[in-house]
Design a protein around this ligand. Sequence first.
Ligand SMILES: [Zn+2]
Length: 129
Amino acid sequence: MAIPYSKINDILLNWATNDPPIEDFTVENVLYAAGLDSSYYEIVLRYLMSKTGFELIPKKMLVCPSNHKIQAFDLDEDLEGELFDCFCGESDFEAEDFILVFSFTDDFKKDALKKKLMKNQEQRHLQLV
Ligand SMILES: [Zn+2]
């Protein structure tokens, strides 16, 4: 199964330079944006995880029993025994349901912004000639 690397990287660059940057996105969000079906989940997940610490920071997003996003935590953060509330009225629930989310490292955001500026200048230059 071939991954469209450049397509995924373009999507990530776009999201990182969005104002404000798109944070806490899921593998599903990437699949959807790239027009890939769920059979690509595993391989795209592995690709995104390979960027850990360089471009992306994976986190676990706690969701309430009704599936609302509560808060993102480091993957190894221990939430044993802590209780959480949600705006929807669910309260005093334990951290049991998580979804995997990704955000961008500051370095990647800076680099992506630089690339975008260069691209824009190139395009402006091309239009002048
Ligand atoms: Zn809720």
